[in-house]
Design a protein around this ligand. Structure first.
Ligand SMILES: [Zn+2]
Length: 193
């Protein structure tokens, strides 16, 4: 497998990171998959530039369409926060004004209690329900308890699968680090507008 950094970014694509790998072993097929926040597309080493420019956006569109059909909408997440609070923390009567997907690499979620807005990292778009629930619940508690104090953790501990969820999130971050692009490729990727 060889990386051709100048092929790492397609013009006009700014959402997420797209990595194109030219594989000498690959003769015909294209494969595309999600790797952390990236979409990785593996194409035959000999594919022409023209074919690459045509095929790669198609693969990206295909992956996004497949993912979109499974992603909870922002309205659904507002509803879900309400359900989680009603079930696990009925004493918290605050409800979020909005729950929005955001591109966040450093955090899984954030909550601004002042205007009751919650943001969830788009890295969770493919996560199992209990993992998304755990992050939603965490941020929802911040509507009442602003910092990570004793009261906050007392409520958080009511989430039934928090150990499993934490293991998933830690594993995800480890994988992201392990699969980080080589320095030279990173430089190219980060020069995106
Ligand atoms: Zn927090």
């Amino acid at each position: 497998m060889e990386y051709l950094p100048e092929d790492g970014v397609l013009p006009g694509i700014t959402e997420g990171e797209i990595v194109v790998i030219r594989s000498a072993r690959r003769k015909k097929n294209i494969s595309a998959y999600r790797q952390g926040g990236r979409i990785v597309i593996s194409i035959p080493a000999r594919m022409s530039k023209a074919d690459e420019r045509e095929m790669v956006p198609q693969m990206i569109a295909k992956i996004r369409a497949m993912e979109d059909s499974k992603i909870p909408s922002e309205e659904k997440m507002v509803e879900r926060v309400g359900e989680l609070l009603a079930e696990l923390a009925p004493e918290i009567t605050e409800r979020p004004a909005s729950v929005a997907w955001r591109s966040m690499r450093e955090r899984w979620g954030s909550c601004t209690s002042l205007d009751r807005t919650i943001r969830i990292s788009d890295r969770l778009k493919g996560a199992p329900d209990f993992v998304l629930d755990s992050v939603l619940f965490h941020e929802a508690i911040h509507l009442r308890h602003f910092d990570h104090g004793e009261e906050f953790y007392a409520v958080l501990s009511r989430f039934p699968q928090s150990e499993r969820a934490t293991a998933y999130l830690d594993g995800y971050e480890d994988a992201e680090r392990a699969l980080a692009a080589p320095e030279i490729l990173k430089k190219v990727l980060h020069s995106q507008p």
